[in-house]
Design a protein around this ligand. Structure first.
Ligand code: GDP
Ligand code: MG
Length: 197
């Protein structure tokens, strides 16, 4: 097993974050927490490349569809009328397409971060998927305000500024998807000895 301080994760500053000039603010939050930047680049993803990022399992797609069905039910909106289907997988596929539209609408900053339990730590810094539920002090809670209710009715992905890998297998897929092996740097941060030894 790799040491917990060597865990790696992928963060994307999504196009709304880049276009709003938030890249510096976002990076600062990870750097000051003690996470090391191993790789970083600005990419304007093609639709194909964006789709490859969201190549989730059938269960993930179905889960996304179910979430959407629940939101429509909660607000008394006819899901078949809005989405043309009541099937969770079909609806999940549409949400996935909205995600591709979102990610391919402008430049993205792709980052690999390494550090103590990086996946969990980064998700905490990023905050809840739904900006409206994200705690103040998190990136999404400080800089975004969208909700799934609005996003589903407007037929688009929730605008939440950043992506962060959800688990180790997602992280592994995303590192390979955005970077070549030789684009990841190996170096020592000056505070490592003070923090970890
Ligand atoms: P994340 O890991 O916190 O980004 O959330 P997920 O992996 O569950 O979803 C991926 C992305 O899909 C999110 O960041 C949102 O942009 C979008 N998304 C998630 N859930 C919904 C939803 O219910 N409706 C819509 N329209 N978009 C969603
Ligand atoms: Mg996710």
């Amino acid at each position: 097993m790799a040491h917990p301080k060597e865990e790696r994760t992928v963060v994307l500053v999504k196009p709304d974050g880049v276009m709003r000039g938030l890249v510096g603010e976002i990076l600062t939050r990870f750097e000051r927490r003690g996470l090391k930047i191993l790789a970083l680049k600005l990419v304007y993803p093609s639709r194909e490349h964006a789709a490859g990022h969201y190549s989730g399992s059938d269960d993930w797609i179905k889960g996304m569809g179910n979430k959407t069905i629940e939101t429509f039910a909660k607000y008394g909106i006819d899901v078949v009328k809005e989405m043309g289907s009541s099937d969770a997988f079909e609806i999940g596929k549409k949400v996935q397409e909205w995600n591709v539209n979102y990610l391919a609408m402008g430049p993205v900053v792709a980052i690999v971060l390494e550090g103590m339990h990086a996946i969990t730590t980064v998700r905490k810094i990023v905050g809840n998927t739904l900006p409206i539920l994200a705690e103040t002090g998190t990136i999404r809670g400080d800089y975004s305000i969208d909700t799934n209710t609005a996003a589903n009715v407007d037929k688009r992905a929730i605008r939440n500024i950043v992506h962060a890998s959800g688990d180790p297998s997602e992280a592994e897929h995303e590192i390979k998807h955005w970077f070549k092996a030789d684009e990841l740097m190996s170096y020592k941060r000056s505070d490592e000895d003070v923090m970890f030894s």
